[in-house]
Design a protein around this ligand. Structure first.
Ligand code: ZN
Length: 216
Protein backbone atom coordinates (compact mmCIF):
# COMPACT_ATOMS: atom_id res chain seq x y z
CA UNK A 1 0.00 0.00 0.00
CA UNK A 2 1.57 3.27 -1.07
CA UNK A 3 0.58 6.40 0.77
CA UNK A 4 1.95 9.88 1.05
CA UNK A 5 5.22 10.34 2.87
CA UNK A 6 5.06 10.62 6.63
CA UNK A 7 1.36 10.13 6.78
CA UNK A 8 -0.26 8.22 9.61
CA UNK A 9 -2.35 6.25 7.14
CA UNK A 10 0.70 4.08 6.46
CA UNK A 11 -0.35 2.34 9.65
CA UNK A 12 -1.57 -1.15 8.88
CA UNK A 13 -3.87 -1.42 11.86
CA UNK A 14 -6.56 -2.95 9.69
CA UNK A 15 -4.47 -6.10 9.51
CA UNK A 16 -4.28 -6.28 13.27
CA UNK A 17 -7.72 -7.73 13.78
CA UNK A 18 -7.97 -10.05 16.73
CA UNK A 19 -7.79 -13.76 16.10
CA UNK A 20 -11.15 -15.38 16.39
CA UNK A 21 -12.33 -15.98 19.92
CA UNK A 22 -8.97 -15.29 21.48
CA UNK A 23 -8.11 -12.09 23.31
CA UNK A 24 -4.50 -10.96 22.82
CA UNK A 25 -2.09 -12.41 25.33
CA UNK A 26 -1.18 -10.28 28.27
CA UNK A 27 2.26 -9.44 26.91
CA UNK A 28 4.52 -6.61 28.00
CA UNK A 29 4.13 -4.39 24.92
CA UNK A 30 6.73 -1.82 26.03
CA UNK A 31 9.30 -4.52 26.63
CA UNK A 32 8.81 -6.06 23.19
CA UNK A 33 8.99 -2.58 21.63
CA UNK A 34 12.35 -2.04 23.31
CA UNK A 35 13.62 -5.42 22.13
CA UNK A 36 12.53 -4.83 18.53
CA UNK A 37 14.23 -1.47 18.55
CA UNK A 38 17.39 -3.28 19.69
CA UNK A 39 17.07 -5.77 16.84
CA UNK A 40 16.73 -2.95 14.32
CA UNK A 41 19.84 -1.27 15.74
CA UNK A 42 21.70 -4.59 15.77
CA UNK A 43 21.13 -5.16 12.05
CA UNK A 44 22.36 -1.66 11.28
CA UNK A 45 18.97 -0.08 10.67
CA UNK A 46 17.84 3.28 11.92
CA UNK A 47 14.74 2.68 14.06
CA UNK A 48 14.05 6.42 14.00
CA UNK A 49 13.58 6.62 10.28
CA UNK A 50 10.06 7.28 9.22
CA UNK A 51 9.14 3.82 7.95
CA UNK A 52 10.31 2.08 11.10
CA UNK A 53 8.96 4.47 13.72
CA UNK A 54 5.86 2.44 14.50
CA UNK A 55 7.38 -0.94 13.74
CA UNK A 56 8.27 -1.86 17.34
CA UNK A 57 4.68 -1.26 18.40
CA UNK A 58 3.26 -3.18 15.43
CA UNK A 59 5.56 -6.12 16.12
CA UNK A 60 4.61 -6.10 19.80
CA UNK A 61 0.92 -6.22 18.96
CA UNK A 62 1.52 -8.94 16.38
CA UNK A 63 3.23 -11.04 19.06
CA UNK A 64 0.33 -10.43 21.42
CA UNK A 65 -1.88 -12.04 18.77
CA UNK A 66 0.47 -14.89 17.98
CA UNK A 67 0.80 -15.71 21.70
CA UNK A 68 -2.90 -15.38 22.44
CA UNK A 69 -3.15 -19.06 23.37
CA UNK A 70 -0.63 -18.75 26.21
CA UNK A 71 -2.91 -17.55 29.01
CA UNK A 72 -5.64 -20.09 28.26
CA UNK A 73 -5.97 -23.80 28.82
CA UNK A 74 -7.33 -25.10 25.49
CA UNK A 75 -8.80 -28.11 27.31
CA UNK A 76 -11.46 -25.77 28.64
CA UNK A 77 -13.06 -25.99 25.19
CA UNK A 78 -13.72 -29.68 25.80
CA UNK A 79 -15.51 -29.24 29.11
CA UNK A 80 -18.93 -28.69 27.57
CA UNK A 81 -19.93 -32.14 26.37
CA UNK A 82 -23.11 -33.71 25.05
CA UNK A 83 -24.07 -37.18 26.08
CA UNK A 84 -24.76 -38.99 22.81
CA UNK A 85 -25.04 -42.62 21.90
CA UNK A 86 -23.06 -41.98 18.74
CA UNK A 87 -20.40 -44.55 18.05
CA UNK A 88 -19.05 -43.45 14.70
CA UNK A 89 -15.98 -41.38 13.97
CA UNK A 90 -16.20 -37.60 14.38
CA UNK A 91 -13.67 -35.90 12.12
CA UNK A 92 -12.94 -32.25 11.48
CA UNK A 93 -10.62 -31.92 8.55
CA UNK A 94 -8.56 -28.98 7.26
CA UNK A 95 -8.52 -26.84 10.38
CA UNK A 96 -6.30 -23.98 9.32
CA UNK A 97 -3.86 -22.77 11.93
CA UNK A 98 -0.95 -20.38 12.35
CA UNK A 99 1.70 -21.05 14.91
CA UNK A 100 5.17 -19.88 15.80
CA UNK A 101 8.19 -22.19 15.73
CA UNK A 102 9.76 -21.88 19.14
CA UNK A 103 13.26 -22.45 17.80
CA UNK A 104 13.29 -19.50 15.42
CA UNK A 105 10.17 -17.49 16.34
CA UNK A 106 9.16 -17.79 12.71
CA UNK A 107 5.67 -18.81 11.64
CA UNK A 108 4.62 -22.28 10.66
CA UNK A 109 1.19 -22.66 9.15
CA UNK A 110 -0.89 -25.49 7.94
CA UNK A 111 -3.88 -27.69 8.50
CA UNK A 112 -4.85 -29.97 11.33
CA UNK A 113 -7.16 -32.97 10.95
CA UNK A 114 -8.71 -33.96 14.25
CA UNK A 115 -10.83 -37.02 14.94
CA UNK A 116 -12.17 -39.10 17.75
CA UNK A 117 -14.40 -42.11 18.21
CA UNK A 118 -16.71 -41.11 21.07
CA UNK A 119 -17.66 -43.28 23.97
CA UNK A 120 -20.70 -41.27 25.07
CA UNK A 121 -19.09 -37.83 25.24
CA UNK A 122 -19.34 -35.56 22.21
CA UNK A 123 -18.29 -31.92 21.78
CA UNK A 124 -19.37 -29.28 19.28
CA UNK A 125 -17.25 -29.25 16.13
CA UNK A 126 -16.20 -25.64 16.67
CA UNK A 127 -14.59 -26.75 19.94
CA UNK A 128 -12.15 -28.91 17.99
CA UNK A 129 -11.10 -25.87 15.96
CA UNK A 130 -10.67 -23.84 19.16
CA UNK A 131 -8.61 -26.60 20.69
CA UNK A 132 -6.20 -26.41 17.74
CA UNK A 133 -6.17 -22.61 17.85
CA UNK A 134 -5.45 -22.52 21.57
CA UNK A 135 -2.43 -24.81 21.31
CA UNK A 136 -1.19 -23.16 18.09
CA UNK A 137 -1.12 -19.60 19.38
CA UNK A 138 2.04 -19.89 21.45
CA UNK A 139 5.68 -20.78 20.84
CA UNK A 140 5.39 -24.33 19.55
CA UNK A 141 6.89 -27.28 17.74
CA UNK A 142 4.65 -29.20 15.39
CA UNK A 143 5.26 -32.53 17.09
CA UNK A 144 4.09 -31.21 20.46
CA UNK A 145 1.11 -29.41 18.93
CA UNK A 146 0.00 -32.73 17.42
CA UNK A 147 0.31 -34.75 20.63
CA UNK A 148 -1.22 -32.05 22.83
CA UNK A 149 -4.37 -32.07 20.70
CA UNK A 150 -4.71 -35.88 20.69
CA UNK A 151 -3.93 -36.17 24.41
CA UNK A 152 -6.42 -33.44 25.35
CA UNK A 153 -9.14 -35.32 23.48
CA UNK A 154 -8.23 -38.60 25.16
CA UNK A 155 -8.11 -37.15 28.64
CA UNK A 156 -11.16 -34.89 28.46
CA UNK A 157 -13.57 -37.03 26.41
CA UNK A 158 -12.34 -40.54 27.25
CA UNK A 159 -13.10 -41.64 23.69
CA UNK A 160 -12.40 -45.06 22.23
CA UNK A 161 -9.76 -43.40 20.10
CA UNK A 162 -8.41 -40.02 19.07
CA UNK A 163 -6.26 -38.91 16.17
CA UNK A 164 -4.55 -35.75 15.08
CA UNK A 165 -2.62 -35.35 11.85
CA UNK A 166 -0.99 -32.03 11.04
CA UNK A 167 0.59 -30.92 7.80
CA UNK A 168 2.46 -27.65 7.93
CA UNK A 169 4.98 -25.49 6.16
CA UNK A 170 7.72 -24.01 8.31
CA UNK A 171 9.11 -20.67 7.23
CA UNK A 172 12.29 -21.44 9.17
CA UNK A 173 12.75 -24.20 6.55
CA UNK A 174 11.41 -22.45 3.46
CA UNK A 175 12.92 -18.95 3.73
CA UNK A 176 16.24 -19.72 5.41
CA UNK A 177 18.62 -22.57 6.19
CA UNK A 178 17.83 -25.52 3.99
CA UNK A 179 15.42 -23.38 1.89
CA UNK A 180 13.22 -26.33 1.10
CA UNK A 181 10.53 -24.51 -0.82
CA UNK A 182 7.16 -26.14 -0.75
CA UNK A 183 8.15 -28.89 1.63
CA UNK A 184 5.47 -29.96 4.06
CA UNK A 185 5.99 -31.62 7.39
CA UNK A 186 3.43 -34.21 8.44
CA UNK A 187 3.04 -35.37 12.04
CA UNK A 188 0.50 -37.70 13.53
CA UNK A 189 -0.63 -38.71 16.98
CA UNK A 190 -2.90 -41.75 17.15
CA UNK A 191 -4.42 -42.85 20.42
CA UNK A 192 -6.61 -45.70 21.63
CA UNK A 193 -8.16 -47.82 18.91
CA UNK A 194 -6.52 -45.75 16.17
CA UNK A 195 -3.16 -46.74 17.54
CA UNK A 196 -3.92 -50.34 18.44
CA UNK A 197 -6.18 -51.54 15.66
CA UNK A 198 -4.63 -51.56 12.16
CA UNK A 199 -7.95 -51.39 10.32
CA UNK A 200 -9.22 -48.49 12.49
CA UNK A 201 -5.93 -46.76 11.90
CA UNK A 202 -6.16 -47.27 8.14
CA UNK A 203 -9.77 -46.05 8.16
CA UNK A 204 -9.09 -42.82 10.02
CA UNK A 205 -6.04 -42.03 7.91
CA UNK A 206 -7.98 -42.59 4.71
CA UNK A 207 -10.81 -40.37 6.00
CA UNK A 208 -8.11 -37.74 6.51
CA UNK A 209 -6.92 -38.43 2.94
CA UNK A 210 -3.72 -40.09 4.03
CA UNK A 211 -2.51 -43.57 3.28
CA UNK A 212 0.54 -45.03 5.01
CA UNK A 213 1.43 -41.53 6.10
CA UNK A 214 1.27 -40.18 2.54
CA UNK A 215 -1.23 -37.65 1.25
CA UNK A 216 -3.62 -39.20 -1.27
ZN1 ZN B 1 12.17 -23.33 13.30
Amino acid sequence: MATSRGHESIDDDASDARPRDLPPANVDIARIEKAVREILLAVGENPDREGLLKTPNRVARAYAELMAGLPIDPREHLKTVFRERYDEVVLLRDIEFHSLCEHHLLPFTGKAHVAYLPDGKVVGLSKLARLVEGYARRPQVQERLTTQIADALMEELNPIGAACVIEATHTCMTIRGAKKHGSTMVTSALRGIFKENPSSRAEILSLMHFSNGMKV
